[in-house]
Design a protein around this ligand. Structure first.
Ligand code: 5AD
Ligand code: SF4
Length: 478
């Protein structure tokens, strides 16, 4: 696909701004400003997408609420990665019928990855008649136009055409805090791991122009943002579709030149494309956090092949060795799927042995969930859910023990942390993160929020560290 067809012309975005203005003039005739609720499920990309939707809603004149019964407009941004996520959303959307009963003028929208699936759209069309607008991730930038259509045409609108996907620059945004921000560097995925629905719902890989990313990061750094997370389904594919020769490691180095007191994180990094060049760039970039999320999915080379992951167990372990050679203090995390169709007990135990060998700081663990339309969903899956659960629990026991052991090593040390908010626990009122991304519950004053602090670590458990803020904030990531 030609790049000029991927990056949307400024004119297309201006047209959407016209629709925002038209909606604003509809809303300003009302007695009260409309209340909007954006309910987000799933990954950080969805969180970032919701921040754009909120930016458009804010510019239409909306205020925000977390109470569906107080809302005039509800947007449910959905996730399709596992069946559980979908079930939850159907439950939530079912309940919204009461909103419509109380306020028949309320508008209900469903977007995100679930919305992009034909079967889901059909079910909404037939059985959830209170949903007015449904649109997939590729149509997000056209939300103002679609919403305007709902008001003026007084009919339900479905915009879920299977699109390659484009890049929309300059959409408004509401950031959740001034401390942390998400910056998408690319969209879509071309990897087609055999269990995964993402490539079918988020379109083909497309990279934002480096200049656009650099401008966004510069703006955030100048505004005092302390933590910037670069997002992509596979950030290591960054640049493959650009006209200029640039990959993710090059991009990281360019971003690192931007002055400011911020940390750079990124996710997700596919092991098949991660290597020496990236690890050296991370080690040499002073803003880059010592944290690497490197999803392995399985420790069995046979299962990895069936998953279409593009690496063997040994090749993965070699990448981990490379990363640790470049950055001995790197905090490593991973995603793992237990119970892929045809996986045997011995193969699941190979995954646990890999976990024991790598000793991750933390894991995100999942039991395989068949996704209709993916190749894995057609494979025979003879192992019972109960048996998969037993393997899964063994994996959790192993990881919980390892996390607790690794966390214990921090006790007695003083670490630089970024205080990012309140914890809700009066004994440890602040929540903060280490350079490597470990959670620290902190005693200290709320005036530290948004600042770096030195934390003296006094305790730990499997999931977090506990500490006391010592001394005042002092910037180090220059
Ligand atoms: N079943 C279970 N887990 C899945 N993931 C992706 N697809 C599935 C599925 N069908 C997990 C992978 C991925 C993470 C985001 O979700 O581990 O890395
Ligand atoms: Fe899904 Fe694989 Fe793409 Fe990740 S890399 S989004 S697991 S297809």
């Amino acid at each position: 696909m030609d790049r000029t067809h991927v990056v949307l012309p400024a004119e297309d975005i201006r047209r959407q701004k016209d629709f925002i203005d038209r909606l604003a003039s509809i809303y300003c005739r009302r007695e009260h400003p409309p209340m909007a609720m954006v309910d987000t499920y799933g990954c950080q990309q969805n969180v970032a997408d919701s921040q754009r939707l909120m930016g458009m809603l804010r510019d239409m004149g909306c205020r925000f609420t977390g109470d569906p019964l107080a809302a005039d407009l509800i947007v449910v941004n959905t996730c399709a990665i596992r069946e559980n996520a979908e079930k939850k959303v159907f439950g939530v959307v079912g309940q919204l019928v009461h909103v419509k009963e109380k306020n028949p003028e309320a508008i209900i929208c469903l977007c995100g990855c679930m919305a992009q699936q034909e079967v889901v759209a059909e079910r909404i069309r037939r059985s959830y008649r209170h949903v007015d607008l449904i649109f997939g991730p590729q149509a997000l930038w056209r939300f103002p136009e679609l919403l305007y259509g709902v008001y003026t045409r007084r009919e339900r609108i479905f915009s879920i055409a299977d699109e390659h996907g484009s890049i929309a620059e300059g959409l408004p945004v509401v950031r959740e805090s001034g401390v942390k921000a998400w910056v998408s560097i690319m969209y879509g995925c071309n990897n087609f791991c055999s269990y995964c629905i993402v490539p079918y719902v988020r379109g083909r890989e497309r990279s934002r122009e480096p200049a656009a990313i650099l401008a966004e990061v510069r703006e955030l750094a100048e505004a005092g943002c302390r933590e910037i997370t670069l997002l992509g389904q596979n950030v290591n594919s960054y640049g493959k579709d650009l006209d200029v020769p640039m990959d993710f490691a090059d991009l990281l180095r360019e971003i690192d030149q931007i002055p400011g007191d911020y940390l750079l994180r990124f996710m997700t990094s596919h092991p098949k494309d991660a290597g020496e060049k990236l690890f050296c760039a991370m080690a040499e970039c002073s803003h880059a956090a010592r944290q690497l999320h490197l999803p392995v999915q399985s420790g069995s080379s046979r299962v990895l092949k069936a998953m279409n992951r593009g690496y063997t167990r040994e090749q993965y372990l070699e990448k981990v060795r490379m990363a640790r050679t470049a950055m001995p203090d790197i905090v490593l995390t991973s995603d793992i799927i237990i119970g892929f169709p045809g996986e045997t007990e011995a193969e699941a135990m190979e995954t646990i042995s890999l976990v024991e060998e790598v000793r991750y700081d933390a894991l995100f663990t999942f039991i395989y969930s068949p996704r209709p339309g993916t190749p894995a969903a057609k494979l025979p899956d003879p192992v019972s859910r109960g048996e998969k659960q037993v393997w899964f629990d063994r994996l959790l026991d192993a990881q919980n023990r390892i996390s607790a052991e690794l966390h214990r090593v921090y006790v007695g040390k003083t670490l630089r942390v970024l205080v990012d908010g309140e914890s809700g626990d009066p004994s440890w009122p602040l929540s903060s993160r280490t350079h490597g991304g470990r959670l620290v519950h902190l005693k200290g004053d709320t005036s530290l929020i948004g600042q770096y602090a030195d934390a003296h670590i006094t305790g730990s458990n499997t999931w977090a560290l506990f500490g006391e803020a010592a001394g005042g904030p002092a910037p180090i990531y220059k």
